[in-house]
Design a protein around this ligand. Structure first.
Ligand SMILES: *Cc1c(COP(=O)(O)O)cnc(C)c1O
Length: 368
């Protein structure tokens, strides 16, 4: 079965092999050497001053960001399940979130954020997704973060980059905490998260002594600067991440990002060629997200007959979205086959007659 969901993404063989090596104890010079290498590489990759690993999925890092950077009130951007999660976490900690809600296809507007900040001086932290994975939507995070900081230099800007880091290069200059997780663009099993930090965020963590216990970033920072972790590290996944960077650096970052763009352009052209409606108004590069009234039937058919497991939607869009992964080292052939399968399925359900346009246009655009 071809796993084409936009997370978890499939681990390619070279990553599975790296993680199948002999187990290493985390309190050893051997592991510390790997940890140091991966930590420095991820720091550069994210454009952050510091990076802290956590043994959890991305939501653990989201929770930790909230407990550290929001003392009074949170401003949350909800254009899908992950934005909604920011609000839920803020509520769980009594931070009375001011939530700006958008349709799952609609990017957040800079002036809405500016107005919220102007009218609510008690807000001290902004929480947003770079890519809201629910609909495959790209928020204009760089511009929002810049405008928010221009209004309020003391504000903390926290961005969930779980389906954006490793998908595209973007400006992190106005982001204080940038969150990543192992099971999306890094193509690793779930269970490792990291937070990239600005200088300002580091100073804040050091001066406050952090927050909480397991997810205390001050405790972790102290340890991780010495290339160890406060608690048992997710050793196997960190070894996998080391292998990810070795592969990435073998081919080069530029060509890795260029390939992601190229697959997305070809996939988008192919979908348009078969009359499919691209769902988000500002599509992220991490996936191909399609709205179809019979998306559920299409997904069922491609899974059973073409052995392609694509993602669906959630909540109101449960039966009307198809989401196909474009993160990591996914092959153009895998996307071409998935879109071809979608086209056949559309024929099978009587939506559109099959003429091979998806595969043809994908290939033509990809090799243009
Ligand atoms: C996958 C994902 C997460 C993390 O969810 P977990 O269930 O904790 O792994 C957070 N934000 C976004 C945008 C995601 O795509």
């Amino acid at each position: 079965m071809l796993l084409m969901t936009p997370g978890p993404t499939p681990s390619p063989e070279f990553l599975r092999r790296a993680m199948a090596k002999e187990s290493i104890h985390h309190r050893t010079p051997e592991f510390e050497a790997i940890f140091e290498r991966v930590r420095n590489r991820l720091k550069a990759f994210m454009g952050s001053s510091e990076v802290i690993f956590l043994a959890s999925t991305g939501s653990g890092a989201m929770e930790s960001a909230l407990t550290h950077f929001c003392a009074r009130r949170a401003l949350t951007i909800n254009a899908g399940k992950f934005g909604e999660r920011w609000s839920k976490i803020a509520k769980a900690y009594g931070k009375n979130p001011l939530e700006l809600k958008y349709g799952w296809d609609t990017p957040a507007k800079i002036e809405d954020i500016e107005n919220a900040l102007k009218n609510n001086p008690e807000i001290d932290a902004l929480f947003i997704q770079v890519c809201e994975s629910s609909g495959g939507l790209r928020h204009p995070v760089e511009a929002i973060a810049g405008a928010a900081k221009a209004l309020r230099s003391d504000l903390f800007v926290i961005a969930d980059g779980i389906t954006a880091v490793g998908v595209e290069r973007f400006d992190t200059a106005n982001i204080d905490a940038l969150i990543v997780g192992s099971q999306k663009a890094f193509m690793l099993p779930p269970g490792l998260a990291a937070i990239g930090l600005s200088q300002k965020a580091v100073k804040h963590i050091e001066s406050t002594g952090g927050a909480g216990f397991y997810f205390n970033l001050a405790t972790e920072l102290k340890n991780q600067r010495k290339n160890t972790t406060a608690w048992t590290a997710a050793t196997t996944i960190i070894q996998g991440l080391d292998a990810f960077f070795a592969e990435l650096d073998g081919g080069g970052e530029d060509s890795f990002y260029a390939a992601t763009i190229r697959r997305h352009e070809a996939g988008t052209a192919a979908l348009k060629a078969i009359g499919a409606r691209i769902y988000p108004l500002a599509p992220a590069l991490s996936m191909l997200s399609v709205f179809h009234p019979k998306a559920s039937e299409i997904r069922k058919w491609i899974k059973k007959e073409a052995r392609v497991n694509a993602g669906g939607g959630q909540d109101d869009l449960k039966d009307t979205l198809i989401r196909i992964n474009n993160m990591g080292f996914v092959l153009p052939s895998e996307i071409a086959w998935s879109l071809n399968a979608v086209e056949i399925a559309m024929d099978k359900i009587g939506a559109r007659k099959y003429d091979g346009a998806a595969n043809r246009v994908f290939t033509e655009t990809y090799y243009r």
